[in-house]
Structures are given as structure tokens and as C-alpha cells.
Ligand binder design. Structure first.
Ligand SMILES: [Zn+2]
Length: 320
């Protein structure tokens, strides 16, 4: 019994430190648990913070992307509008060239073509197309200038592709008759009109435009005087009745005056015949035999531009 009591006592004694230890251990465990929870909370807070920052960055990125997208769409829209406007203008220009409708203003412009308040020059090339037409076109393109080509029926028949190129590059195609043989074309006023129509048909076919009519004619050898003066006067009347108008020139490069054509001669004749005139209709030739004119064309253009002339075509006259 004693021993049992004593055992109990001991047990109690033993239990106490054991409990104390256990309590301490518990406190330690609780502290550790707290720390763990704290760490977890901290980790969660950190994760939330990181996530928030990430969200913010993502949102900023998205906003930026959205802005860029909007700006790109706006730019695209503006470009499309520009292209449409350009296309509309081109079609309008094309239509103007397809059917040259001479307005009342156009008629007045034509009647007063040799008189102008401002300096202007109409470069005109007779007798083509020819083997030198591509070189003439190259120079005109380089200088960004449009000219007028008085095409001959026989030449247009020979080089239909060149007729088309001249037309498509925006130059004015006018009519110089078919044969260039005076005794043939000036056989009668009707012969002049017939040659105009024949040549116009050749041009129509070459450019693929059945409505084309330049309404503009240049008499081979010029309108005034000569052996066929009377026929030409009557032919002019007949042409006018058919809404066809004729034009000569008041300035030249002298390329029809001599067989020994030099650059110096061309520039001298140009200076002499342009002096003191505001409105210039410059006569030149588009023919292999007049290659000197084509070779001097850059200087001819530079000289006239240097004198303050602006370059025009008959589109500027008829359709304004
Ligand atoms: Zn000619």
C-alpha cells in the first residue's frame, strides 16, 4: 500500500515535470505554428502583392497595346481614304482624257492661246511616233513635263504601242493628218477631213479608246500661205464645222530648217523665236532624222524653265 502511495507520489512528482515539459513543448509548438502561419500569411501577402503588380503591368501593357491598335487602325483608315481620293482623281483625269469635251471656256482659251498674262510653253512634237519617241518620253518623265504630240497617221500605224505609251503617260495626242504628202492631203478640203478621221481611227485603235477625238489638227507645213492656201482656208472651215480646231506655232527649234542640225543652232533658234513672248507654242519634230532635237531636249526644257515658263498641254486649254 505504502509502496503504491509512494509510487503514486512519485508518479505525481514525475507527472508534474512531464506536464511542464509538455506545456513548454506545446508553447514551443504553438510558437512554431504561429511562425508558420505568419510565414504563410506573409507569403500570401507577398503573392497578392506580386500578383497585383503583375496585374498592373499587364493592364498597362494591354492599355498600351490597345492604344497602338487604335492608332494603327486610324492610320490604316486615313491611308485607305487617301488611296480612295487618289483613285477618284485618277479616274476623273482618265475620263477627261477619254472624251475630250471642249467647254465654252475651252473654246475661249483656245482662241486666245497666243496671249497670256503668265509665261507658259506648250511643247509640241510633229510627225511621230518614231524610233526616238521613247527617248523623248524619258526626258519628259525625268523633267516631269507633259507635252503634245501631233501624230501622223502613217507613223501611228507603224508604232501603235508607242501611241499607247504616249497616251498612257498623260501627254496630249493631236492629229497631223495621214499622208503628209501635200498633193494628197490638200487635194480638196474633204481630203483634209478624211485624213484627220483616218488618223483618228488609227489612234483610237492603238489606245483602245473608241471615244477618243483630240479635236486638234496641225496642217502639214503649217496653215498659212503656200501653194494650197485656198484649199487650207476651206479645209479649216470644214474642220471647224466638225469641232476640229487647228493650231500652228510661234516658236521653234529650227529642226525643219536645215539638214546640218547642231545643238548650238537649236538653242539659238529657240532663243530668237521665244524672245518677248508670254505664250509659246514650240514646234519640234519626233523623227529619227531630227535626233538632235531629242538630244537637246533637256537643255531646251531647262532654258524655258529658267526663263520662267510653265509647261502646259492642250488638256489645260480644252477641258478647263
Ligand atoms: Zn509635219
Amino acid at each position: 500500500m505504502k509502496s503504491i502511495k509512494s509510487k503514486t507520489k512519485t508518479n505525481i512528482y514525475l507527472m508534474q515535470p512531464l506536464d511542464e515539459y509538455s506545456h513548454k513543448k506545446n508553447i514551443h509548438t504553438i510558437n512554431a505554428t504561429h511562425k508558420k502561419i505568419l510565414l504563410i500569411i506573409l507569403a500570401i501577402i507577398l503573392l497578392i502583392l506580386i500578383s497585383n503588380v503583375n496585374n498592373k503591368i499587364r493592364k498597362q501593357k494591354e492599355a498600351k497595346q490597345y492604344e497602338t491598335q487604335i492608332a494603327q487602325e486610324q492610320q490604316k483608315k486615313e491611308e485607305e481614304q487617301k488611296q480612295q481620293e487618289q483613285k477618284r482623281k485618277e479616274e476623273e483625269e482618265k475620263k477627261k482624257k477619254e472624251t475630250i469635251q471642249i467647254t465654252e471656256q475651252g473654246k475661249q482659251n483656245f482662241e486666245t492661246i497666243f496671249h497670256s498674262d503668265t509665261k507658259r510653253a506648250f511643247l509640241t512634237f510633229d510627225d511621230g511616233p518614231s524610233t526616238i519617241t521613247p527617248d523623248i518620253l524619258n526626258t519628259l518623265n525625268e523633267k516631269n513635263i507633259k507635252a503634245t504630240f501631233f501624230m501622223l497617221g502613217t507613223s501611228a500605224e507603224k508604232y501603235p504601242d508607242l501611241v499607247k505609251t504616249v497616251y498612257e503617260q498623260g501627254h496630249f495626242i493631236a492629229n497631223h493628218g495621214y499622208s503628209h504628202v501635200y498633193s494628197t492631203i490638200y487635194a480638196s478640203p474633204q481630203a483634209v477631213l478624211d485624213e484627220f478621221n483616218k488618223t483618228n481611227d488609227i489612234i483610237k485603235n492603238a489606245i483602245g479608246n473608241p471615244n477618243f477625238n483630240s479635236h486638234l489638227f496641225r496642217f502639214p507645213g503649217g496653215y498659212a500661205g503656200g501653194k494650197y492656201a485656198q484649199i487650207k482656208t476651206e479645209a479649216k472651215q470644214l474642220l471647224n464645222e466638225n469641232q476640229i480646231y487647228n493650231i500652228d506655232w510661234n516658236c521653234l527649234t529650227g529642226d525643219a530648217e536645215t539638214n546640218n542640225l547642231t545643238g548650238e543652232y537649236i538653242m539659238r533658234r529657240l532663243q530668237e523665236t521665244s524672245a518677248g513672248k508670254n505664250s509659246l507654242i514650240v514646234l519640234m519634230h519626233d523623227a529619227q532624222a531630227k535626233k538632235a532635237t531629242q538630244e537637246m531636249l533637256p537643255q531646251i526644257i531647262d532654258y524655258l524653265a529658267g526663263q520662267g515658263y510653265e509647261f502646259k498641254t492642250f488638256y489645260d486649254i480644252f477641258t478647263q
